[in-house]
Design a protein around this ligand. Structure first.
Ligand code: BGC
Length: 750
């Protein structure tokens, strides 16, 4: 598979966009009731905007012309009045305008499947859905097709449940490996994150369900996220977090964007004119609507005038800011009535554009088997083989005695907590309330019911497979010693609203692994974590796989990798640090703050997030970004580089081993800095599946923005003339080929 990194040339795109806008302006200037193509007009009884051949913008204008002010205000604010029979899994609800044929917005969280708000000890009916692996697992596949398939599955299940807006597409960058929501996101690189978030949004929306892109922007830590004031140099912001959003937006065309809780350079994201108006609307020409995160709104006029179009989760805000206060602000002339019309126009035109009005979802049973297949494929594509001493893996099916130890591996696999939590089909295999500093975390820890123990036993039917919960280290050591292979599972739970205090496995699991490894040199560690972790026991183990949170069929996916039915091809979407001292901030800031007071986090690393930082500081991590082993081996050859306005690379990859396998061949540019030194940037990759002996060609043309600096004064991208080094390899640090090309000076629109 080759990633489609060839973006439409900007000039062609600009011309097309100009034409499209010209056409739009023309259409909008038409009298409201003029059908564009009279011959296809629907029957008399239907209102004129029911005519599907009209452009969404015109249909929206026709509806607006019939709406009362009260109806307009209804559409720009979530409603607390969720009909009880429809409130299953609803995270948000916006009333429709029934007599005009406009359906309500039924919103559910959905980064990792259609989520169900679950509170510890909550009784009553619960609504199950397919649990996908974590976003990091999908990112580790480096495969846009996996992200798209996940999205399409989410869209299909959403429709079956009667939802029409998915709060999905989380594209925040993993700036800190302790951030509690990294498991929902797509890693540390803007190109990888942007492409995969965009593809998952596209997958959802192709089912006529709107997806958001969130949390816009710089909500890169969870600790006191509503008080966090993220300070960043604007050019660096463009080259990192904003670039991820920009790419996701171009690729996925999300119907809505959710602005985040935090402040950016002193201004709340949801009332930030620079972010919402200048960058998003004027420069990126975004046409959907902006909704606030739940509790992220702090004003009426400032937010309305900055570009917020809809107040979501209004009951989470300190008071309602749209609704009554917006009515009053309009009556007093503080917010012009035309701004309300613009908000409504953005919501309605997007609903028409994405099929919400013409193709309303109808409740139906889920295709559980199809969902599970998608989840399993994603898990298998995302598992990363980190160590395989003496090729202990894949395991032979003739092994006689296998010990499976720890982490509830007898019943299931871990999932991450928070609003993205999916209640898995079949219910939780285990549900645990976590207490931190004496206070229960408001989300339970849920294990998806896919037992690695059962899946492993099924692979080696004649073996004696014994499970230990790992609590008694003496018994564990005895079991590991008497086994041919000891597989120890270790987990670290991450959840929304919480960042980890350190990078270690909790609850004595390092000691457990060290005990197993000391008792049996043929020890294999399976990690189910939502972030990188430290591995003090690494050199004592035979093999390590990172399975992330592997979802509905995680147990089967892990067993398939362990026994070689799947050749692992996942590559890390985040750097695994050797210690917390390597990070830009030794501790997560903002743990101790003055009550209800904003605190500032200075992102002085700027755009050097993740591997870019390690390169700039010449640090050697535990495992580099992009790293991942295989049961086969690959050779790179025939490299041909071209310079000019951007960098293009052609090369071949050959499978030199005995098994079919997939390689993720990565291309990095070392962009020279005007004052000396260079910046490392992933500029593309190709994922190629190869039979033994087979060779395939990889061709990449870099998006020139990845070579550029954002020029704040000129408000555009600037590409400097110079000689750029290019590295090709299978991680940010394993360079298989290095060369250089000449790049000419250039500039691009923002
Ligand atoms: C989260 C969003 C989520 C929303 C609705 C917020 O707390 O940050 O990601 O979509 O809640 O549940």
């Amino acid at each position: 598979m080759e990633t489609d990194l060839h973006r439409m040339p900007r000039r062609v795109k600009t011309v097309r966009m100009f034409r499209a806008r010209f056409l739009l302006l023309f259409l909008l200037a038409l009298p409201v009731a003029t059908p564009v193509r009279a011959q296809t007009a629907p029957p008399e009884a239907a209102p004129p905007w029911a005519n599907k051949t009209l452009v969404p913008e015109l249909r929206a204008r026709m509806v607006i012309a019939r709406m009362t002010t009260e109806e307009k205000l209804r559409l720009v604010k979530s409603s607390a009045e969720m009909p009880p029979d429809e409130s299953f899994g609803l995270a948000g609800f916006v009333q429709g305008i029934a007599h005009l044929g406009i359906p309500p917005l039924r919103e559910s969280n959905a980064e990792l499947g259609v989520a169900m708000p679950i509170l510890p000890g909550q009784n009553g009916p619960k609504d199950e859905a397919t649990a996908l692996p974590s976003g990091l697992a999908t990112a580790a596949s480096w495969d846009p097709k996996i992200a798209y398939a996940n999205g399409a599955m989410i869209g299909a299940e959403a429709r079956a449940k009667g939802f029409n807006v998915m709060l999905a597409g989380a594209a925040n960058l993993a700036r800190d490996p302790r951030t509690g929501r990294n498991f929902e996101y797509f890693g540390e690189d803007p190109l990888l994150s942007g492409i995969l978030a965009g593809e998952s949004i596209r997958g959802i929306q192709d089912q006529h369900v709107i997806s958001t892109l969130k949390h816009f922007a710089l909500n890169d830590q969870e600790t006191n996220r509503t008080l966090l004031d993220a300070k960043i140099d604007m050019a660096a912001f463009r080259e990192s977090d904003l670039l991820a959003f920009q790419i996701a937006l171009e690729r996925g065309n999300p119907g809505s964007i959710m602005c985040s809780y935090n402040l950016i350079n002193g201004v709340h994201a949801c009332e930030n004119p620079l972010l919402l108006d200048e960058i998003l609307r004027k420069q990126w020409r975004y046409r959907g609507w902006v909704m606030s995160d739940w509790g992220a709104l702090h004003s009426t006029k400032d937010a309305a005038m900055a570009g917020l179009d809809q107040e979501s989760g209004a009951e989470w805000d300190s008071q309602p800011f749209f609704g009554e206060p917006l009515t009053a602000a309009i009556a007093a002339g503080i917010v012009p009535a035309s701004r309300l019309d613009e908000m409504v126009f953005r919501v309605l035109s997007t609903m028409f554009a994405h099929g919400l009005v013409d193709d309303a979802p109808t409740p139906a049973p889920l295709d559980v088997e199809a969902g599970a297949r998608v989840a399993q494929q994603a898990a298998e594509a995302g598992i990363v083989l980190l160590r395989n001493k003496g090729s202990i893996l894949p395991l032979s099916r003739n092994v006689r005695r296998i010990a499976v130890i720890g982490a509830h591996a007898d019943v299931g696999v871990m999932s991450g907590g928070g609003s993205s939590q999916v209640l898995p089909i079949g219910g939780a295999a285990a549900e645990i309330t976590i207490v931190e500093h004496g206070v229960p975390i408001p989300f339970p820890l849920i294990f998806d019911p896919s037992s690695p123990l059962r899946a492993i036993a099924a692979k080696a039917p004649q073996a004696k497979v014994t499970y230990s919960d790992g609590k008694n280290l003496t018994e564990v050591a005895a079991l590991a010693k008497s086994s041919d292979i000891a597989i120890v599972f270790a987990t670290r739970w991450e959840a929304e609203g919480h960042d980890a205090e350190n990078l270690s496995l909790p609850n004595g699991q390092d000691k457990l692994i060290a005990t197993v490894a000391a008792a049996n040199p043929r020890s294999i560690v399976v990690l189910e974590t939502g972030n990188p972790v430290l591995m003090p026991w690494l050199s004592k183990t035979a093999a390590v796989i990172e399975a992330w949170y592997p979802g509905a069929r995680g147990g089967e996916a892990i067993a398939n990798v362990l026994f070689g039915d799947i050749n692992p091809s996942g590559h890390l979407p985040m750097t695994f640090p050797a210690s917390a001292q390597q990070l830009p901030r030794a501790e997560v800031p903002g743990r101790v703050i003055e009550w209800n007071t904003n605190f500032r986090v200075d992102y002085s690393e700027g755009s050097d997030v993740g591997y870019r930082w390690y390169h700039a500081r010449n640090l050697t991590p535990l495992f580099p970004f992009g790293f991942g082993l295989s049961y086969t081996s690959f050779r790179y050859g025939g490299v041909h580089l071209r310079g000019g306005k951007t960098i293009a690379a052609d090369f071949s990859v050959t499978n030199t081993g005995k098994r079919t396998g997939a390689e993720v061949a990565q291309i990095y540019a070392l962009v020279p800095l005007p004052k000396g030194g260079e910046r490392k940037r992933l500029i593309g990759w190709g994922k190629v599946e190869l039979a033994p002996g087979e060779t395939k060609q990889v061709s990449i043309t870099a998006d020139p923005r990845l070579l550029g600096h954002f020029d704040e004064a000129a408000q555009g991208w600037r590409i400097d003339k110079g000689t750029y080094r290019v590295e090709i390899g299978d991680s940010a640090q394993d360079v298989r080929f290095s060369g250089s090309v000449k790049v000419v000076a250039g500039s691009l629109a923002p």
